[in-house]
Design a protein around this ligand. Structure first.
Ligand SMILES: Nc1nc2c(ncn2[C@@H]2O[C@H](COP(=O)(O)OP(=O)(O)OP(=O)(O)O)[C@@H](O)[C@H]2O)c(=O)[nH]1
Ligand SMILES: [Mg+2]
Length: 313
């Protein structure tokens, strides 16, 4: 298979990775490090220690220089401060077509500011895809705050993926990692989406395709799977093992799927993995399919899917 011609993709300012709150900023920073040339990053927090520096990186500080401690589990305060930054935000969002928002719910900043930032982003015309982590059920107060925050975020963003910290922690433990660091799944997802949209593929996907999928009514989610090219089933299993809260995707009516592999990837391998992923959705689903070769993926296939039109039971 030939390498696709390199085509000047979108401007990096058209994709904005946004981290909101302590966990969100840490994840967004790590994800952005993998694709700094292709997307901008904004870190939003009241706590200065979340502000990593880097290429194409912006900071939005919620609050005044003297109280660096955060919004101390006060979502309404964070929301109000986020609203107060409206002018700065709209400047930042001017060129943005897609926001990938990462946050942890249950504290002050993530719960209060994430949905307000999502609202501002939509108002300026961007597509908003959010990944929100829910706290451990053993923290009932935080869990209740988070659940309410999740519902508001879900009403605001085009797609909101629910990430369970409990599942994330379990998987991190299995790998001998700290759960805060076990966000490789989030990084794969963000990098996969950014690369998908930024570069010309074998079959090109673009923001119009993304709009067609996110505009389906019903719930939506994203999956990412990584594995060996000769093991499509393993790739699907890795996608379904992602630390999402359980969701039955079998009735999805919209499915965008992007298969990405190294120079040696064959059409047969692409077809096998795409067939397996799409066999899980409704037979009348609207399917949008893309594939591309990445020189940096060696002996590995990565699949990013966005599923929509899921009817919650
Ligand atoms: N058990 C445990 N949970 C944590 C820890 N850090 C974060 N969390 C969970 O992750 C959620 C979000 O955390 P952060 O991103 O730090 O919160 P924030 O948005 O910065 O909120 P504030 O700092 O309260 O303004 C919280 O609800 C906690 O449940 C931790 O060290 N241990
Ligand atoms: Mg914090």
């Amino acid at each position: 298979m030939e390498t696709p011609p390199t085509v000047a993709g979108m401007d990096p300012s058209s994709i904005l990775i946004a981290g909101v709150g302590g966990i969100g900023c840490a994840w967004a920073h790590r994800a952005h490090q993998r694709c700094q040339d292709s997307a901008h990053l904004v870190l939003i927090d009241a706590d200065e220690s979340s502000f990593h520096t880097g290429q194409n990186t912006h900071h939005l500080r919620l609050g005044h220089a003297l109280d660096s401690v955060g919004c101390a589990a006060l979502p309404p305060l964070a929301e109000q401060r986020m609203r107060g930054l409206n002018t700065l935000t709209s400047q930042l969002l001017k060129e943005t077509e897609l926001v990938l928002l990462l946050t942890g719910l249950g504290g002050g900043v993530g719960t209060g500011a994430a949905q307000e930032f999502a609202r501002q982003a939509r108002q300026s015309g961007a597509i908003v895809l959010a990944v929100a982590a829910l706290p451990f059920p053993s923290q009932p107060t935080r869990h209740a705050i988070a659940t309410e925050g999740f519902e508001r975020l879900e009403r605001t963003a085009h797609v909101t993926v629910r990430l369970s910290l409990e599942r994330l922690a379990r998987q991190a433990r299995e790998k001998g990692q700290l759960w805060q660091m076990g966000a490789e799944w989030v990084e794969d997802l963000v990098e996969g989406l950014v690369r998908t949209l930024m570069q010309m593929g074998l079959i090109n996907l673009d923001l119009m395709d993304l709009r067609a999928i996110v505009n389906q009514s019903g719930e939506a989610t994203m999956l990412v799977g990584v594995g060996r090219p000769d093991d499509p089933r393993g790739i699907l299993e890795s996608a379904l093992k992602a630390p999402l809260a359980e969701m039955d995707v079998s009735g999805a009516t919209g499915c965008l799927i992007q298969v990405e592999g190294g120079l040696g990837m064959t059409i047969g391998q692409v077809t096998a993995v795409a067939d397996l992923f799409t066999s899980a959705v409704d037979e009348h689903a609207q399917l949008i399919f893309g594939a591309r070769v990445s020189e940096d993926l060696e002996d590995t296939i990565r699949v990013v899917t966005l599923l929509s039109g899921i009817q919650s039971s």
